[in-house]
Design a protein around this ligand. Structure first.
Ligand code: NAD
Length: 315
């Protein structure tokens, strides 16, 4: 069967790169991007529609118009922004997901991708090699909404047979699009500032270790999960997914190998530190490796080199 795919929230950090890969794979005519805001640029042949995922009737009309076989729901409010607007974060993250799940059932849409996050873990979750199944006590509104979303996804799969697939993304590192207000954004800002001003004031402390993933791996892994045979997938809440873990100090050292004059300092008392302190340092993703062959390819050295090489061409 020919796939036709709609991405909702497609202009953000992840959607804009997933859209490129999906258009290459399935053709421009079979990939529709949608978002609240217009994209900066649209190439000939690419299809875009403005949509508010919270407007269920408009979303129904969009889905009826294009009759997609797959939806990628990427619209969400991220961790740091969510703490500033908790009610809006809850509304977007929960009702956006519920609208998509309900309309997928109503309209018989075959397959859904919805990302969760390492923010589903909390202060009592194990810090290192955090397991798929463990204590989960998220204390950010973002993490609470993602954990509730995971339970909804599994519920819709078990109760209604909806083919929903999900990963708990770690911090995603990329250079094409600005990050969307998360706690791991420092690991992107640091590269922009290293090249622009030669110094960076990190909002996380030197020893804050967090799980990260390079965008190329994230896109490849997401599409691999969407293509995996349904029967192989044991997890319908959300798969742990791991790339590479590092601290601000470690990434600073790696940048210095290429830009020796780079200077790194640290801010005291940034509110994002408390969120980071409640998250794991590293993730055990053995279910993803066993069920659908997940394996990341970028380590800290490789992603640092790739970020700097690419950013040099656009800054
Ligand atoms: P982003 O903030 O960069 O992009 C989100 C997009 O959704 C934006 O283009 C925004 O305009 C759009 N949007 C917001 N409200 C909308 C609405 N009501 N209707 C339609 N579109 C709307 O986010 P991202 O980093 O691309 O993240 C995508 C998904 O991945 C989210 O679910 C996020 O929670 C998850 N995730 C991201 C990361 C990361 O490091 N980027 C890590 C873990 C999980």
């Amino acid at each position: 069967m020919k796939e036709r795919i709609i991405l909702i929230g497609a202009n953000g950090q992840i959607g804009s790169e997933l859209a490129i890969a999906l258009r290459q794979k399935f053709g421009d005519e079979n990939v529709i991007t949608s978002d609240l805001k217009e994209p900066d640029k649209l190439k000939d042949g690419e299809i875009f529609e403005t949509i508010n995922v919270l407007d269920k009737q408009a979303l129904r009309e969009l889905l009826e118009k294009y009759k997609p076989t797959q939806i990628y729901l990427l619209a969400a409010m991220l961790s740091a922004t969510g703490e500033q607007y908790p009610q809006k974060a809850w509304d977007l993250n929960m009702n956006g997901l519920l609208h998509v799940l309900d309309l997928a059932l109503e309209l018989g849409i075959k397959r859904i991708f919805w990302p969760s996050s390492i923010a589903v873990f909390g202060p009592h979750s194990p810090k290192n090699q955090t397991a798929q199944y463990c204590i989960m006590d998220p204390n950010s509104i973002y993490g609470i909404s993602k954990l509730a979303g995971e339970r909804l996804c599994e519920y819709y799969h078990l109760k209604y047979g909806l083919d929903i697939r999900s990963v708990r993304y770690p911090g995603i590192i990329s250079w094409k699009t600005a990050p969307g207000g998360g706690t791991t954004d420092y690991a992107i800002h640091i590269f922009f500032e290293a090249l622009k001003s030669g110094k960076y004031n990190s909002f996380l402390s030197a020893q804050t270790e967090l799980p990260m993933l390079y965008m190329d791996d994230a896109v490849r892994g997401t599409i691999a999960l969407m293509e995996a045979p349904s029967a192989q997938l044991r997890i319908r809440s959300s798969y742990n997914l791991s790339g590479v873990s590092f601290t601000p100090e470690q990434i600073g050292k790696e940048i210095k190998k290429i830009l020796p004059n780079f200077e790194l300092s640290y801010v005291d008392n940034d509110p994002r530190q408390a969120i980071a302190n409640s998250w794991p340092a590293s993730i055990d993703d053995s279910y993803a490796r066993e069920d659908w062959g997940w394996k990341p390819t970028f380590d800290l050295e490789a992603l640092t080199k790739d970020m700097i090489e690419n950013l040099k061409t656009i800054l």
